[in-house]
Design a protein around this ligand. Structure first.
Ligand code: BGC
Length: 383
């Protein structure tokens, strides 16, 4: 049954748009937290053709999401709710406005109110230990959604996109865009990653830097500011405003004398949007630098279509939601839970068995196929 569902989800829905898969591999990290920017209505999961699924085991599932402020979490929450209900579960979906104590009390209420499983995209992955100890006492399984929950032995499973691969795709996009294998260079680059308390951020940055470091070491890529360490290039809370401020400062300090900036690595869209704002207002070069992102936020996609961002990473929230429903079903029925990585994600209390979905990049050349044809967005939403 599991296998059958797996192939329905993996191959059926997404094969058409080649979004899903099961990669693995990553570096090391810790911590966690969320972000900002762009709100758009969640594009629900109608087309995601999920749960012609198993006969429902029933029960109430608690779904805790970090914030409505970032588009992706709205989509994640809406898709998760739709998928779980389709599979016959009742759903308690909560958003915590990026406030850690709100999320803790929401999870507490879910436990008290009889949820039989919890799906949590944490705000601060290190802050849920105490409340999750209660879940464990009550034998309530916990699935960490997208972000790993740290330092808790109550986390049963983790479902996410391959975070390391997100970084390598961004790195390789830069390699191709500048033709780094052949061009003489040198090219000037600046680096931005996400929140230092988000476990994912180190994977994204680690993946990208594994691709870019050889070019930096050989001098073909020049980090003009000299800021290369994770701590120097991290953006607290994935804040658009913080990223914009730092990019403004970098332009003033290093690029106001006509020095060309060829490329900016940004780990996600909320940062890329701030970087793009700063470049548009203050960078005087003739050509807009190559600029990466992640999430395919509407604002970022509009920037891509306008030539003010180069690419984003498409993580189809319908795919992740479908996978998590599959996991919930399996847990509830006591059957084998689908995972494809049992090595990478150590949350400080041990390895958490994980399902990694495969991310892909989207840019102006392939967005129609990926985002419009698959029903993720309508053409109008990107105008
Ligand atoms: C998610 C990204 C998102 C970022 C900011 C990360 O944990 O994996 O998709 O852009 O948080 O919300």
């Amino acid at each position: 049954m599991k296998k059958k569902l797996l192939s329905v989800f993996l191959c059926g829905i997404m094969a058409a748009t080649m979004l899903v898969g099961c990669g693995a591999k990553a570096p090391a990290a810790e911590g966690e937290k969320p972000a900002t920017e762009a709100t758009a209505e969640a594009k629900p999961a109608e087309e995601a053709k999920p749960a012609e699924a198993a006969p429902a085991a029933g029960g109430k599932i608690g779904v805790a999401m970090p914030t409505k402020d970032l588009q992706r979490w709205n989509q994640d929450g809406a898709n998760m709710k739709a998928e779980l209900e389709k599979a016959g579960y009742e759903v308690d979906l909560q958003y915590a406005n990026n406030d850690i104590s709100t999320q803790v009390s929401q999870v507490e209420n879910m436990i008290t109110n009889g949820c039989t499983a919890l799906v949590i995209a944490s705000i601060d992955g290190g802050s849920l230990g105490t409340v999750l100890a209660k879940a464990k006492e009550s034998n309530i399984p916990v699935i960490a959604y997208d972000r790993l929950i740290m330092d808790s032995d109550a986390v049963s499973y983790y479902a996410t996109f391959d975070n390391y691969m997100v970084g390598t795709i961004q790195g390789n996009y830069i390699v191709d865009a500048l033709d780094l294998k052949n061009a003489a260079g040198p090219f000037n680059i600046e680096l931005f990653t996400g929140s230092p308390d988000d476990n994912n951020a180190r994977f994204f940055f680690g993946g990208a830097m594994d691709v870019l470091n050889p070019y930096i070491e050989s001098g073909k890529l020049n980090v003009v500011s000299g800021q290369k360490k994770f701590e120097e290039v991290a953006t607290l809370n994935w804040s658009t405003e913080e990223a914009q401020k730092r990019m403004e400062n970098l332009i003033t300090a290093h690029y106001s004398d006509g020095t060309k900036l060829d490329v900016v690595l940004s780990s996600n869209d909320s940062c890329a949007i701030g970087i793009s704002n700063a470049l548009q207002s203050s960078y005087k070069g003739d050509t807009f630098p190559v600029l990466t992102g992640q999430d395919c936020d509407v604002t970022a996609m509009k920037n891509i279509l306008a030539g003010k961002q180069s690419m984003s990473i498409f993580k189809d929230t319908r795919t992740l939601a479908a996978k998590v429903v599959e996991m919930v079903n399996a847990i509830m029925k006591g059957t084998e839970v689908p995972v494809n990585d049992t090595k990478t994600y150590d949350n400080g209390k041990g390895i958490v068995p994980t399902f990694l979905c495969e991310p892909v990049f989207a840019d102006k050349d392939n967005y129609k196929e990926l985002l419009i044809d698959s029903g993720y967005y309508t053409e109008d939403q990107l105008k």
